[in-house]
Ligand binder design. Structure first.
Ligand code: PLP
Length: 391
């Protein structure tokens, strides 16, 4: 099929919920993608932070093929070697002592919130309220979207899931005004990603932790986008030095295959018991095999140091442009946002035409999140395109 034929079939047979670019990619290699016409694109988007190790990664492919030759799926009725190994690796590298495997970021957040509500029932007189933050994004399922405190997502959702209240990000006073004895948990992205790459101000997460501790409230970090090296440390909470009680991971953890994880603190180990959580596909053996490769690579100190260096380099280079269209540069590690006043979508289209994949998020925020293992020379090539496009 040529690009036009794919476009026609997409139009005729796929529900119209995405605004898609007219490109059909044929294959990828490292930080590059190649379309049907042989055109080469540098990927500064990584499939929304999924392809942390780039495209067509030989180690991930080998792990997938090896596992697929054994079996692709069993069921969670049987012990799983790949799950056990991946769970141990996550626990060994995080605050958590146990994990639950699911499939997507939204689902991981659902599991985290359900767990918090059961904890509230057992340990806090039935407390079930969850506080989340304006401008957040937690996924598209009913409760995750209710937790996503952006009006535009609630328009057709009513009645939204009960038991949610919203506070202002980076505003402890507002948070305190939103909690009471019925609050079970606070759910937050350490860095708000989809909302436009907003980082926590110094002291905010420390203050948040203190408020939670003082009021016996669980702290849940949605690290679906910020976790696993994206911010230049193992997890986002390592960047800010404030641990949660529950953390959700997804996106890059399955090496491109759907996989997500809920990581819990020791004090929550007894909350979920037999039958409280389940999924047919969660912790799929192939996804976990790929996940082992991702973790073994990404969690190495030298790899993480390079992510920090590359992120700092990108920001320093962009600052040198002194481009008045860029009002602010935000971010950490390789999750970077360029705040514009207007024209972000047009710039993304122009960049694509020039062979660079970037994205718009939030309100006129250009998001840069290349594969974590992108080469310095490729960063320079991408920045050269971006500079021209933004001139
Ligand atoms: C922070 C955060 N949480 C949750 C989600 C939802 O993940 P998924 O699309 O895998 O359900 C996303 C997706 O962008 C996200 O960025």
């Amino acid at each position: 099929m040529n690009t036009q034929q794919v476009k026609n079939m997409d139009h005729d047979y796929i529900g119209n919920t995405y605004k898609r670019y007219d490109v059909v990619f044929e294959h990828g290699a490292g930080s590059y993608l190649y379309d049907k016409d042989g055109k080469k694109y540098l990927d500064f988007f990584s499939g929304i932070a999924v392809n942390a190790l780039g495209h067509n990664n030989s180690a991930i492919n080998a792990a997938i093929a090896k596992q697929a030759k054994k079996f692709i799926h069993l069921s969670n009725h049987f012990l799983s070697e790949t799950q056990a190994e991946l769970a141990k690796m996550i626990v060994d590298n995080s605050f958590g002592t146990k994990v639950f495997f699911v499939n997507t970021g939204s689902e991981a957040n659902e599991v985290a919130m359900k767990l918090a509500r059961k904890w509230g029932l057992l340990h806090k007189n039935g407390a079930n309220k969850i506080v989340s933050f304006y401008n957040s994004f937690h996924g598209r399922t009913l409760a995750a979207l209710t937790a996503t405190a952006q009006e535009k997502f609630h328009k057709y959702l009513n009645p939204v899931s009960p038991g949610f209240v919203y506070a202002k990000f980076n505003d402890l006073n507002d948070l305190v005004s939103k909690i009471d004895n019925s609050t079970a948990a606070v759910l937050i992205e350490p860095v708000q990603a989809e909302g436009g790459i907003f980082t926590p101000e110094p002291g905010f997460l420390e203050g948040l932790r203190a408020v939670c501790d003082k009021n016996n409230i669980l702290l849940i970090y949605d690290e679906v986008q910020s976790g696993l090296g994206r911010l230049g440390k193992k997890f986002g909470y390592d960047v800010y030095g404030v641990k949660p009680d529950i953390m959700t991971l997804a996106k890059s953890i399955g090496g491109g295959i759907p996989l997500s994880v809920v990581v819990i603190d020791k004090k929550l180990e007894e909350i979920y018991t037999y039958g409280d959580h389940g999924t047919t596909m969660g912790g799929n053996p192939v996804a976990c095999a790929a996940g082992l490769v991702v973790l073994k690579t990404v969690l190495k100190p030298a790899f993480l140091r390079e992510v920090r260096e590359k992120g700092a380099y990108i920001i320093s280079q962009i600052k040198k442009w002194h481009n008045p269209k860029i009002l602010e540069i935000r971010g950490a590690g390789l999750l970077i946002g360029l705040q514009l006043e207007k024209g972000a979508a047009e710039m993304v289209s122009a960049a694509l035409k020039a062979g660079l994949i970037i994205n718009v998020t939030g309100t006129e925020t250009i998001r840069i999140e290349p594969p974590l293992n992108i080469k310095k020379a490729d960063i320079d090539k991408g920045l050269a395109i971006l500079k021209k496009v933004m001139a």
